[in-house]
Design a protein around this ligand. Structure first.
Ligand SMILES: NC(=O)c1ccc[n+]([C@@H]2O[C@H](COP(=O)([O-])OP(=O)(O)OC[C@H]3O[C@@H](n4cnc5c(N)ncnc54)[C@H](OP(=O)(O)O)[C@@H]3O)[C@@H](O)[C@H]2O)c1
Length: 272
């Protein structure tokens, strides 16, 4: 068993966990000893992802199981909560990770259907699942919620206006929920930069080298970079942290990377 403290024998639900960041979170939580229910819209994909977590497990790891549930389907969410309690007896951790971005493009062109879908999956679903988990278990027994936001929720950029607005809303709702649910339930968020997943493919697939060179830490994020941070925030190691959004972005928000070219320019301007 490896990872942050206090997760052994606990139970976590991770929405949108059949691949990408959600799968990275499920791997990190299971490695730290938590049982994990992985959701996705497809039962088959969720179960396959759970199998991959179990296949990679070392001694002391928790058990992973898959569950098919569209994140905004209230009946499916309720069924998943009931299933988790029946199977493992508690819901100590909820990771609201499922996200979508069908509204890429200028704000003047967005239609209501894509706007509403983005807000439904990225903002409403975290509220829905948190409400269900709190009423079913966490409100009485305590727990920890981690929302997957984005550094996009902290800045403005072309073509990502609707998506970024959902993530800004999620960062605010994280603080709001942290106040409303204290002291029993902690609520935090992660704000990833660009991570090597299907959702973000357009941002890195064609020009990964250039992208890597633009970052202070020199590489794109991997799902487990975010998964490990999620497990930390969910764990007892973070027991005095609530309402926070942890940026995990390879230094992207810091600005210009330290590249050989920028070093040459710095040395030239310093006269060395
Ligand atoms: N990748 C990045 O660079 C990046 C950066 C910042 C934030 N994020 C955020 O990180 C989260 C995960 O994204 P990702 O990059 O890991 O994407 P991804 O690789 O495309 O994975 C998305 C996961 O969510 C599931 N999913 C999608 N829509 C769903 C829905 N309506 N209900 C339930 N499950 C659903 C997918 O499975 P099915 O298709 O089988 O349903 C899949 O398991 C999102 O909230 C995203 O906004 C990503």
């Amino acid at each position: 068993m490896t990872g942050p403290a206090g997760l052994a024998g606990r139970t976590a639900i991770v929405t949108g966990a059949s691949r990408g960041i959600g799968l990275g979170a499920a791997e990190a939580l299971a490695a730290a000893g938590a049982n994990v229910v992985l959701t996705s819209r497809s039962t088959k994909s969720a179960e396959a992802a759970a199998e991959s977590v179990n296949a990679a497990a070392s001694p002391g790891a928790g058990t992973a199981v898959g569950f098919g549930a569209h994140a905004v389907d209230e009946e499916a969410a309720r069924a998943c909560v009931d299933f988790t309690l029946g199977r493992f007896g508690s819901i100590d951790v909820l990771v609201n990770n499922a996200g979508t971005n069908p509204a890429y493009g200028p704000l003047v062109d967005v239609d209501h259907a894509r706007f509403a879908k983005t807000f439904d999956v990225n903002v409403w679903a975290p509220l829905l699942w948190t409400g269900l988990a709190v009423r079913a278990w966490m409100g009485e027994h305590g727990g920890s919620v981690v929302n997957t936001a984005s550094i996009g929720g902290m800045s403005a950029e072309p073509n990502l206006g609707v998506y970024n607005a959902t993530k800004a809303a999620l960062i605010h709702l994280t603080k709001q929920q942290a106040i409303e649910l204290s002291p029993k339930v902690r609520v935090n968020a992660v704000a990833p930069g660009v991570v090597r997943t299907r959702l973000a493919e357009a941002l890195w697939r064609e020009h990964e080298d250039t992208f890597n060179a633009s970052l202070p830490l020199g590489r794109i994020g991997e799902p487990r970079d975010i998964g490990d941070a999620i497990a930390f925030l969910a764990s007892a190691s973070a027991s005095w942290i609530t309402g926070e959004t942890l940026v995990i972005d390879g230094g992207a928000l810091l600005g210009v990377a330290v590249s050989p070219e920028s070093e040459r320019r710095r040395e030239a301007s310093a006269g060395v």
